[in-house]
Design a protein around this ligand. Structure first.
Ligand code: IMP
Ligand code: MG
Length: 180
């Protein structure tokens, strides 16, 4: 698995330090708000587990699972495979995402959750790849762990064909891996 990595972009220590910094900001932001923290599966799982332990306020965990339905162009057609289970109407909601790439999935998630009329809705993404943003998506993440260049990355929850999610760091995959 490690042989397929060209370069380590973010080490375990870099990721954990940044999560602690974000945690201080989010702890202040959500003190006394009892937020619902919504993770978008599956890529967020590792980040979620670390991030939530640095948000030192009373909160509720919830998850959404999206899938994009197969079509000639697989862009932007999202389905809710598993919706949040909490009633978020009037609640403060924080979305946790692994990566903000083209923006299709975050844009969809935000619209979907806004229909449920939360008191507030903010986005925290571990990674932001602004160069990949689809034209027309103007949404800004409220909290960003790292802004990264336009490279396909794996590890720390992120996959290529469901592999590499359990690497403890974030690395760039060797191009020959997808060319295989
Ligand atoms: P979107 O293009 O912003 O909608 O991102 C959709 C999903 O694509 C993300 O939640 C990730 O699961 C996946 N994704 C986007 N970029 C990468 C990457 O560099 N590595 C692994 N998965 C990615
Ligand atoms: Mg994925």
């Amino acid at each position: 698995m490690e042989n397929d990595i060209q370069q380590i972009l973010l080490t375990e220590a870099q990721i954990q330090n940044r999560i602690r910094e974000l945690g201080e900001v989010l702890t202040a932001e959500y003190a006394d708000k009892n937020p619902v923290i919504v993770g978008v599966l599956k890529g967020v799982v590792v980040f979620y587990a670390d991030m939530i332990r640095q948000i030192k306020v009373s909160c509720q965990m919830d998850f959404m699972w999206l899938s994009s339905y197969a079509g000639a162009n697989s862009t932007g057609n999202m389905l809710v495979r598993q919706d949040v289970t909490a009633n978020i109407r009037g609640r403060h909601v924080l979305i946790l995402e692994d990566i903000y790439d083209t923006g299709n999935s975050l844009d969809f998630t935000v619209k979907h959750l806004k229909e449920k009329e939360p008191a507030s809705l903010k986005i925290c993404t571990l990674l932001d790849k602004p160069e990949r943003r689809k034209p027309g998506i103007t949404l800004q993440a409220d909290y960003v762990g790292f802004t990264i260049p336009n490279a396909f990355v794996v590890g720390y929850g992120l996959d290529y064909n469901e592999k590499y999610r359990n690497l403890p760091y974030i690395g760039v995959l060797k191009p020959e891996v997808y060319e295989k």
